[in-house]
Design a protein around this ligand. Sequence first.
Ligand code: GLU
Length: 445
Amino acid sequence: MPPVVTRFAPSPTGRIHVGNIRTALMCWLYARRHQGRFLLRLDDTDAARSTEENVAAIRADLAWLGLLPDGELRQSERFDRYEAAFQALRGEGRVYPAYESEEELALKRKVALGRGLPPVYDRAALKLSDADSRRLEDRGVTPHWRFRLDHAAPVTWTDLVRGEQRFDPAKLSDPVVRRADGSWLYMLPSVIDDIETQVSHVVRGEDHVTNTALQLQMFEALGAPTPQFAHMALLVGSDGKLSKRLGATGADALREAGIEPQALLGLLARLGTSDPVEPVADIADLIPGFDFAKLGRAPARFDIAELEALNARTLHLLPFAAVADRLPAGIDARIWEAIRPNLKTLGEAADWWAVIEGPIDEPSFEAEDCTFLAAAADAAAQLDWAASPWQALTAALKQSTGRSGRALFLPLRRALTGRDHGPEMAALLPLIGQTRAIERLRAAS
Ligand code: GLU
């Protein structure tokens, strides 16, 4: 078996969104699972729409996600290779010039559809004589170039997700590989790159399945072995539709919304599989169980509410070391462990830090609670704070006041934190400390 090499091949015409993050993740997981290499290929043949800003953003997004490539290549730096392969194919008659304008092609498609036929290119250009071509070129018509498909046999492969695939090449148009202005379309450069970088597994969305049938013939025409293919079912929103919003949900927006990469990747690794969605503290934990065979063929539903819920569960397991550099100064491991069970996003840690440090909102109390809180302040002053002050305080007050349950706990929580809900008081009270606790209880009484 050749070594595993996968590549993630975004076009830097925009930011990467959840759909291509999932592709990147699958490429990364497969490479890591098989001690292979994971490459980033920037498909920037479209010079007008590709920007350096997007290139930088893609690299930054992958770094944030922890999906670090083992190598990178850019199509815009490889035109000489494409030219050489193109000339070789041209010499063999596998690419040919075609002169139809966009309008003519659109008309041909319309006519075919009107006759109930598939809108497949009729190969009229193949029937032109050299003299015909010269005449057109003399009139200033510059050709674009098509790859001539071999119609002799069906194209078949065993897709790692979709199983046996079979296409009749006669039912497909010879793909345009180069525009009249000499620029490249994605199709052929991708194959040339995959050959040169010895990509063993092409992992991408199922919108590329037909491209694979075409590209398999390009691999063969270039005398190269064919890689394996895994085409993932598309992602849809929770409404079952391929929503615009989902396509537009970029890594940057998710990051700003407080989503942890482990949560996003933990969800994307499991969507469309029968494995349960579980929080992971480290994305490496996703590697051992990864297998394309677990991916179903039905569209996978991406639900932002499910992501938010997983984000909270993920935070609850993250060790201090994993978040320390993003926490407000002053929060140490003990504080982190006390507050993390209450977090939905890491940003909320600052709120709890403020609750510990103060000043807090001072809620007002009924007279009866004020008396109770005055007793609490006295009791707090007597306690041994080295042990478990919350247990000791509540036990003492239970005995002296006869209060229990909500009547005992809620006024204390409100007086000590200014809030009705929050982390376990047993963990919080030692962090608030004796001096501040007594002050807050006195202020409330
Ligand atoms: N640039 C192509 C895309 O983003 C790459 C497809 C592929 O993985 O071959 O759709």
